[in-house]
Design a protein around this ligand. Structure first.
Ligand SMILES: Cc1ncc(COP(=O)(O)O)c(C=O)c1O
Length: 444
């Protein structure tokens, strides 16, 4: 996974640039987030443990509301969802983007207004659609031709459901090929270039129970440049103009998806949200003026950039092994709670916490405890050369696409999630126990 020419990460002790804003280090190794020492969280809740800085999440929601005042901002629940996240995002005035009956039910049963929820999915199950209609979801984003008849039938002749169509603008953007969704060679959306989008839209217009409110496009994830979004605006408004010519259609909404890139290690680029807001707004109004169309309401769906930097994972070192010129530091978590290094080869900047080390740092590879050589959490990072079993390692920027993609591999059980705020830590999601695992294992 590690490409040899990549520099070994060197985080200077005081470089907390990718940690939550509340992070302090009163004494070397005594890292605190939300006013709570991480070592204390590890002692109290065990390891591995995930720590979510509530104020960081809320501040990021507010940053979006301020940068995009006239935009509907939806939190993409797939990044990480639990009842507290539902509560916080609702209180901060965001909507929700969900992509399963499970995410939808959790949100609505936690009190999230269904009309502020958008249901996505390239292959929505009958249960997804039934749940969406039963709970009264705000909009359903149609992603395939076959879904139109299915949804129209489920809504019924007397019913009414707002829908959008996910289109593919033919723009390649995103931090890894597996998270690029703006080109025609991937599973999501309906191609503009091949005319599938226009054809599907014509069919939807024939369904009186389906109200087409807008178009949706999600280019990909971990995008750090504004340019692809501007190109997407031009392509989608271009389609809106053609729909206006052909059908006299004026669509009130344009959903530009999410994908806003963040820094995982000091010095890495992140998408400039203020620039994104300013330039997308300008591009949208210019493109609409040129097409003679009213400006649609903008919708965006950030996930990673809302929760990613607010999360920290804390592991206990179980073994340190030197082989050849490699030092492997094995911890009590791994790909079952964080599959991203194995999936995308991403890099992290872990830190020793809980004690200060006077020893010089040395390059090590932090690996998980799972039965996969690819179970690496952080390759080639500089950490104190006296790392030993029992030590605690904290990994910043662990809030998104970790636990939401966690697995039951090796039946180790998924870690708990704790929230920290104003010096207090509280449990949000408890550790998955063997009892939890056994309860499902019903047959002999
Ligand atoms: C339709 C849609 N919207 C929003 C997102 C959120 O993306 P990110 O977490 O990168 O902001 C995704 C991620 O896959 C997505 O598929």
């Amino acid at each position: 996974m590690t490409t040899l020419h990549e520099p070994v990460v060197t985080t200077t002790p005081d470089d907390l640039s990718v940690w939550p804003a509340s992070t302090t280090e009163p004494r070397p190794g005594d890292l605190a987030v939300g006013g709570v020492p991480l070592a204390e969280v590890a002692d109290r809740f065990g390891t591995p443990v995930y720590v979510l800085d509530e104020n960081e999440v809320r501040a990021r929601c507010r940053t979006y509301r301020h940068a995009f005042p006239d935009t509907e901002v939806l939190y993409a629940a797939k990044a990480f969802l639990c009842r507290a996240m539902v509560h916080w995002t609702e209180e901060e005035g965001l909507g929700l983007d969900v992509c399963s009956a499970g995410e939808l039910e959790l949100a609505v049963t936690t009190g999230f207004p269904p009309e502020r929820i958008v249901l996505h999915g390239n292959a929505k199950s009958p249960r997804d659609l039934e749940t969406a209609l039963r709970l009264g979801v705000g909009r359903i984003v149609i992603d395939s031709p076959s879904e139109i008849a299915r949804l129209a039938a489920a809504v019924g002749p007397g019913g009414h459901q707002k829908v959008m169509v996910r289109v593919v603008p033919g723009i390649s953007a995103g931090g890894h090929e597996k998270i690029r969704t703006g080109t025609d060679d991937q599973k999501f959306g309906l191609s503009i270039a091949d005319g599938y989008a226009q054809h599907a839209i014509a069919r939807i217009l024939d369904q009186p129970q389906l109200e087409l409110t807008g178009l949706h496009c999600h280019l990909g994830s971990q995008i750090t440049s504004v340019k692809p979004y501007l190109a997407a605006v031009r392509r989608v408004v271009g389609l809106m103009a053609r729909l206006h010519e052909q059908h006299g259609l004026v669509l009130p909404e344009l959903d530009l998806g999410g994908g806003h890139g963040i820094a995982y290690r000091p010095g890495e680029a992140a998408l400039d949200l203020t620039a994104l807001a300013r330039r997308v707004r300008a591009e949208l109004s210019d493109a609409c003026a040129a097409a003679g169309l009213p400006v649609p309401r903008l919708i965006i769906e950030p996930g990673r950039a809302v929760v990613g930097p607010a999360g920290i994972s804390v592991y206990r070192v179980l073994a340190v092994k030197r082989t050849g010129d490699h030092t492997f530091v094995a911890v009590d978590g791994g790909m079952s709670d964080n599959p991203r290094p194995a999936l995308y080869g991403v890099r992290y900047a872990p830190r020793l916490i809980g004690r200060a080390s006077g020893e010089p740092s040395a390059p090590v590879t932090v690996v998980g405890r799972h039965c996969e050589a690819g179970d690496v959490l952080a390759a080639d990072v500089r950490l104190p050369s006296d790392l030993r079993p029992g030590d605690l390692l904290a990994v910043p920027v662990a809030g998104a696409y970790h636990l939401s993609m966690a697995s039951g591999y090796n039946l180790v059980g998924r870690p708990p999630v704790t929230a920290v705020r104003d010096g207090h830590a509280r449990l949000l999601v408890r550790r998955e126990s063997l009892d939890d695992i056994r309860r499902r294992d019903v047959g002999l």
